[in-house]
Design a protein around this ligand. Structure first.
Ligand SMILES: Nc1nc2c(c(=O)[nH]1)N[C@@H](CN(C=O)c1ccc(C(=O)N[C@@H](CCC(=O)O)C(=O)O)cc1)CN2
Ligand SMILES: NCC(=O)N[C@@H]1O[C@H](COP(=O)([O-])[O-])[C@@H](O)[C@H]1O
Length: 209
């Protein structure tokens, strides 16, 4: 599958998040420069009060919240989330600390156009507690992975990875923060490249010309 950058209009981004939004803030900064080649058109969350929603609102970006608990079942939430995101006609959807697994409706609509940044070197330590699991295992190098989301948990085709050393005196908080610094730089670099150059997805291979 080949995705070419649109001609005659800006490349549109929607960010999904659950937390503080430091990755969102980095993307917002990057989008200020027209040469970056992308515009952030909306930010969505699965919960009220996520710090990233405040960052978006202060920047004048439309926000929305779609909570699982407001739906009779997970599929209904997945369908509603799909519609909320689709209304903004994104070229690319970015999960940046979005702590919900999306389902078939979302992947049917946005598969191949939905990336997630994860705070370990996948396939090691998937899930919600990556840095904690990496520390507990005793790895000496971990990092961050940017990948296209598929139906598994952190199993999709990898766009980019960055390594981060584990220090002897690291705890979960210090390691998590050091990973975030590298993760933000990687996210900003690769979202820009995807927006400006497009991409080809073939099996597990991701190519950016
Ligand atoms: N279908 C997929 N959806 C998402 C993926 C993915 O790989 N496949 N990646 C994420 C984010 N993610 C890690 O990066 C992740 C998110 C959520 C979970 C999880 O187990 N969540 C539970 C509940 C969590 C909670 O609300 O406290 C759940 O969804 O029921 C694991 C990994 C983006 N979506
Ligand atoms: N697997 C899900 C997960 O743990 N994701 C992680 O949440 C953080 C969000 O930070 P932010 O809200 O400051 O952007 C990021 O480090 C991201 O990798």
């Amino acid at each position: 599958m080949r995705y070419r950058p649109p001609e005659g209009r800006s490349f549109r981004l929607v960010v999904l998040l659950s937390g503080t939004g430091s990755n969102l803030a980095a993307l917002l900064d990057a989008c200020v420069d027209p040469a970056y080649g992308a515009t952030l058109v909306a930010v969505g969350a699965d919960r009220d009060g996520a710090g990233g929603l405040k960052i978006a609102a202060e920047a004048g970006i439309p926000t929305f919240v779609e909570r699982v608990r407001d739906h009779p079942d997970r599929n209904s939430w997945d369908q509603e989330l799909t519609g909320r995101v689709a209304a903004y006609e994104p070229d690319l959807v970015i999960s940046a600390g979005f702590l919900k697994l999306v389902g078939p409706a979302f992947l049917e609509r946005f598969g191949g156009r939905y990336i997630n940044t994860h705070n370990t070197l996948l396939p090691a330590f998937p899930g919600m507690n990556g840095p904690r699991d990496a520390l507990a295992y005793g790895v000496k190098i971990t990092g961050a992975t940017l990948f296209f989301v598929d139906a598994g948990v952190d199993t999709g085709p990898i766009v980019a990875q960055v390594a981060v050393p584990v220090m002897e005196d690291d705890d979960e908080a210090t390691l998590t923060e050091r990973i975030k610094v590298a993760e933000r730089a990687q996210l900003v670099e690769w979202v820009g490249r995807l927006a400006r150059e497009g991409w080809t997805l073939s099996g597990r291979s991701v190519t950016v010309p």
